[in-house]
Design a binder for this molecule. Structure first.
Ligand SMILES: Cc1cc2nc3c(=O)[nH]c(=O)nc-3n(C[C@H](O)[C@H](O)[C@H](O)COP(=O)(O)O)c2cc1C
Length: 349
């Protein structure tokens, strides 16, 4: 007999050695606030992340953090290309841990969307649009070196004490650029097999992670531009990335071109959830759903209906660092509010 288990937003979740107190994720959100341009997080980042830990978030994924200086979207982004960057991340991670949150970090390279790089690099020399610089095509040897840069950044993330790592394979950044037929016109092995770069990065990063630590990959399930890839291509990529070592997929969409250029209208509540469910079912993988899920009943139903295993709240958490605490009141979940804040919230009963 099949046994159905009922979960909700506040059910604990475990994947490998990562144990979360609830299903609420803060997704990576660039703060563009590294005023010294050295890739090192500062007091803004510390307060920003630790506030969301106090605010009851189960898993905090630190914003896009880049593997080399020219891999940043802007010079104000975080980086892990040097050991000197590790201690400031460590401080943030320890601060979040003290308040019961687990911490991941999104490791990335912006590829052709590196706006401040003098000459950005990419799989092929195709600009994002007329406002962007034309990137230089990476040589085959440089692609291999890039894999190594991801590996080194992962090593530093582990050193800083992360509980998980997320690879940014979405939104038109470097890994996405390799996996998309729109942006990868290479004639070498990395062009013949669009998933090769992603698989090599996954394997390299995994080699630096303890065996019990899960790896997350964020992927764009569809591209909203003409001739862009659709969900079937994403499913094929997810199958290969799962085989290469990804444990959990974070399902987003778009980023290869201006949103809407392929006819997709603007986002509405839960607009990406069907993609998450489809990938979960087709590939038998756990998924994080994201995108306009800040209404607590909606977020809860996505877990309860089995559409996704975890739910990420982005802009909702920018507006309200205590999003999870507020949600616990609306969903009548006891015991979530820290004692210091009890007088600020109505009693659940
Ligand atoms: C200010 C801001 C910065 C973002 N930076 C990143 C990022 O670093 N990496 C990423 O994968 N997505 C990034 N995103 C996308 C969010 O992670 C999330 O997928 C998106 O906002 C949709 O979720 P929401 O409707 O809950 O905000 C960013 C979004 C915002 C609003």
């Amino acid at each position: 007999m099949e046994v159905f288990l009922l979960y909700n937003l506040f059910s604990p979740y475990q994947i490998k050695g990562l144990e979360l107190k609830n299903r609420i994720v803060m997704p990576p959100m660039c703060q563009y606030s590294v005023t010294k341009k050295d890739g090192i997080p500062n007091e803004w980042h510390y307060v920003h992340y630790v506030s969301r830990a106090i605010g009851g978030t189960g898993l905090i994924i630190i914003e896009m953090t880049d593997v080399e200086p020219d891999g940043r979207i802007t010079d104000y982004d975080l980086g892990l290309w040097s050991d000197a960057q590790v201690p400031a991340f460590q401080r943030i991670i320890e601060g979040c841990h003290q308040h019961g949150a687990k911490v991941g970090i999104q490791i990335a390279h912006a590829g052709r969307k590196a706006e401040d790089a003098e000459i950005p690099v990419a799989p092929s020399p195709i600009p994002f649009n007329n406002d962007f610089k034309t990137p230089r095509e990476l040589t085959t040897d440089e692609v291999k070196e890039m894999v190594e840069k991801f590996r080194q950044a992962a090593r530093r993330a582990v050193q800083a004490g992360v509980d998980t790592i997320e690879l940014h394979g979405a939104h038109g950044y470097l890994i996405h650029e390799f996996q998309s037929p729109l942006t990868n016109k290479r004639t070498d092995v990395y062009g013949k097999d669009l998933a090769l770069f992603g698989r090599e990065v996954i394997q390299a990063v995994k080699s630096e992670m303890p065996a019990h630590m899960p790896l997350i990959l964020r992927i764009s399930a569809v591209e909203y531009v003409e001739n862009g890839y659709g969900i079937d291509h994403a499913i094929e990529l997810v199958k290969q990335y799962k085989e290469a070592g990804v444990d959990l997929f974070h399902i987003s969409s778009g980023g290869e071109g201006p949103i809407g250029s392929g006819g997709k209208p603007g986002s509405h509540a839960a607009y990406q959830v069907p993609f998450a469910r489809k990938i979960k079912e087709a590939c038998d993988v756990p998924v994080i759903a994201v995108g306009r899920l800040e209404e607590p009943q909606l977020a809860n139903s996505i877990i309860a209906n089995g559409d996704a295993d975890l739910v990420a709240i982005g802009r909702g958490m920018l507006r309200n660092p205590n999003w999870a605490l507020e949600a616990s009141i609306q969903l009548r979940q006891e015991g979530v509010i820290p004692k210091q804040y009890l007088r600020g919230f109505p009693r659940v009963k």
